[in-house]
Design a protein around this ligand. Structure first.
Ligand code: TPP
Length: 627
């Protein structure tokens, strides 16, 4: 039972709370977050660190009239809890439950749907401009982490915000962490501000002064703070934000609600764009998350007492490697034999499986921060310089790099290997994170080779094949987690050639990547009903195995194409285009994949079933058409 939290049904209920009650509220919110995330899994550490920021914002602002925009949105659990979603919070990330990210369809308190990083300053800026043009007066605040601030788009927005005189507040939530430790020159710069000896001395002196005159209370504190700001701005060199035209306030303790509220109240009366530099502790209040913020950035359900991940997830990962593990092992093997292999991640060394590589070959490993566009063009440069860059980025985040792949890699036919992890349905993170668009966004690029392995073993082979048997750009897409292979069979790879897994004359199932083994099982079910299907592991989305398609179409007239991706412009479309191009008549093609809508969040298996991509679903759809 929560003493304060249970009485907070909307941000209005915060307004009358005393400082002591606010402290207790923060504690209760943390307890609820830990309790729920230990059951649902989710982004624990960032949300624990941002509790006071959420409280202070709702204390000082009048949302939903005033707009709060969270960058990425993974740190906004306290915001959700304070904005009428306390009861539904336990349904978070589950099918039919609330989302793990801010979502416009879920609440009027979420002015933007988010999940990808570095967007908040741009969208906040747009809202603020619209407000001004409409003659309205609401406040706009963007909350962005130090990890997200390094994304190119955030820089572009800062550049623009600085020249506009628009009133808006940016809270820089600086915990010195992205998912791993923050990297790059900006991170060093922020750290320099925190550790500046002159500033720290003034800060300490001011604290001492305030302590000596407690009875002046809040007003003295505010006056001292103002003085501190002024002196600091004079003494600290290179105030980057100020130089850009954005007033810089801070650094302040972002886990001290009192200090945050005092600063915010003050700042909300200022004109023009302001940046409050708030220092927070990632994982604050839950010891395991404080000690291991990277592990608890995004976590599966865990045991609160021990901090250990619950259930089968861990046991499984020991017994059978995931796709990420298989990628990790293969790239390590390649790097051992070949000094030209270099690896790039955009702030996700652990998630992409490149952490081991970074430890073993630090000089050949590049964590460029959350900057996917830079990662690709940087890889283009590495390739031009004679190296073999392997870039591992989740399918959904590679969307950011569309132009860089076309203009900087494909146009010059550079040998860059793109490894798209989390391709397909990812599950609980939902529509911002499913990797369903990569086949369409890559397939039309000239020069590119696109492969998708049916299982972990084939991924290893494909990675080596991409490095030594392909020229130009190569993309390999593979899903989250692991797939159980029906047979330890992996015929040698041949460029642009498919693998025939089983023969049959009634119809041909053309399957790609994660759908291959489920297609085989569906074919087994169909055999029991007297339908004999050939199952083909297509392996290459591009180039298509045209010879095989021609040969098949001479004897089989019914085709089913199966992919874990959107149907529009997908792999099935490529097959249709081929039949059209070759003017092959009398063919029936059924495409199975994801429909033209954003797919909700939920467990991966639940979603695959819902969209007919599980074994039974595939068999039923084929029967419906051909049975
Ligand atoms: C474009 C993009 N790339 C990668 C990610 C994956 N990602 C989610 S949160 C995060 C780190 C965010 O760091 P920061 O903004 O400092 O927030 P913190 O978690 O430290 O509070 C990353 C890399 C993403 N959401 N969007």
């Amino acid at each position: 039972m929560f003493k304060i939290l249970n009485s907070i049904n909307s941000p209005q209920d915060l307004k009358g709370l005393s400082q002591e009650e606010i402290k207790l509220l923060a504690k209760e919110i943390r307890e609820l977050i830990v309790e729920v995330v230990s059951e649902t899994g989710g982004h624990l550490a960032a949300s624990l660190g941002a509790v006071e920021i959420a409280i202070a914002l709702h204390y000082c602002l009048n949302a939903p009239e005033d707009k709060i925009i969270w960058d990425v949105g993974h740190q906004a659990y306290a915001h959700k809890i304070l904005t009428g979603r306390r009861e539904r919070f336990k349904t978070m990330r589950q099918l039919g439950g609330i989302s793990g990210f801010p979502n416009v369809y879920e609440s009027e308190y979420d002015p933007f749907t988010v999940g990808h990083g570095s967007t908040s300053i741009s969208s906040a800026m747009g809202l603020a401009k619209a407000r001004d043009l409409n003659g309205e007066s609401y406040k706009v605040v963007a909350v962005i982490g130090d990890g997200s601030l390094v994304g190119g788009m955030a820089f572009e927005a800062l550049n623009y915000a600085g020249q506009s005189k628009t009133n808006m507040v940016i809270i820089l939530n600086d915990n010195e962490m992205s998912i791993a430790r923050s990297v790059g020159a900006l991170s060093k710069y922020l750290n320099k501000i925190l550790t500046n000896p002159t500033y720290n001395k003034i800060h300490k002196d001011m604290e001492g002064l305030v302590k000596r005159v407690p009875w002046y209370g809040f007003r003295v504190y505010r006056a001292a703070k103002k003085l501190e700001e002024g002196v600091k701005n004079l003494l600290i060199p290179g105030m980057l934000f100020e130089e850009l035209g954005i007033r810089y306030v801070g650094p302040i303790d972002g886990n001290n609600a009192e200090e945050l509220i005092a600063t915010l109240k003050n700042v909300l009366t200022f004109e023009g764009p302001i940046l409050i530099h708030a220092i927070t502790k990632k994982g604050k209040g839950y010891i395991y998350a404080e000690n291991h913020p990277e592990k608890f950035h995004g976590t599966a359900p865990f045991d609160i007492e021990t901090g250990e991940v619950k259930g089968t997830a861990q046991t499984d990962s020991r017994s059978e490697p995931s796709f990420t593990d298989a990628f990790s092992d293969a790239v390590m093997e390649m790097a051992e034999d070949d000094k030209k292999i270099v690896a790039i991640t955009a702030a996700m060394p652990e998630g992409t499986g490149l952490e081991k590589f970074g430890q073993a070959y630090p000089e050949r490993f590049f964590n460029v921060g959350m900057a996917e566009q830079h990662a690709i063009t940087f890889a283009a440069g590495l390739s031009k310089g004679g190296l073999i860059p392997v870039v591992a980025i989740y399918s959904t985040f590679l969307q950011r790099s569309y132009d860089q792949i076309i203009h900087d890699v494909c146009l010059q036919n550079l040998h860059v290997i793109l490894c798209l992890d989390r391709a397909g349905i990812v599950g609980e993170d939902g529509p911002t994170h499913h990797g369903l668009f990569d086949i369409p966004y890559l397939r039309h690029m000239p020069n590119i080779t696109i492969m998708a392995p049916k299982d972990q073993r084939e991924l290893r082979e494909m990675l080596k094949f991409a490095a030594y048997n392909c020229r130009g750009p190569v993309a390999i897409r593979y899903p989250r987690g692991k797939l159980t292979a029906d047979a330890d069979k992996c015929a040698p790879l041949d460029y642009g050639k498919a693998e025939v897994i089983s023969e049959g004359n009634d119809l041909a199932i053309l399957s790609i990547g994660s759908t291959v083994w489920p297609s085989c099982r569906a074919a087994d079910l169909l055999t029991k009903e007297g339908i004999k299907a050939a199952v083909i592991n297509m392996r290459f989305v591009k180039p298509l195995d045209e010879d095989l398609l021609k040969a098949l179409s001479a004897k089989i007239k019914k085709f089913v194409v199966i992919e874990e991706g959107v149907l529009d412009c997908g792999f099935g479309s490529a097959v249709l285009e081929f039949f059209e191009k070759e003017k092959i008549k009398g063919i029936m093609v059924k495409r199975i994949g994801l429909p033209d809508k954003f797919i909700e969040h939920g467990k991966k298996e639940e979603l695959l079933k819902r969209y007919g991509l599980d074994v039974e679903g595939i068999a039923a759809q084929i029967k419906e058409i051909y049975g």
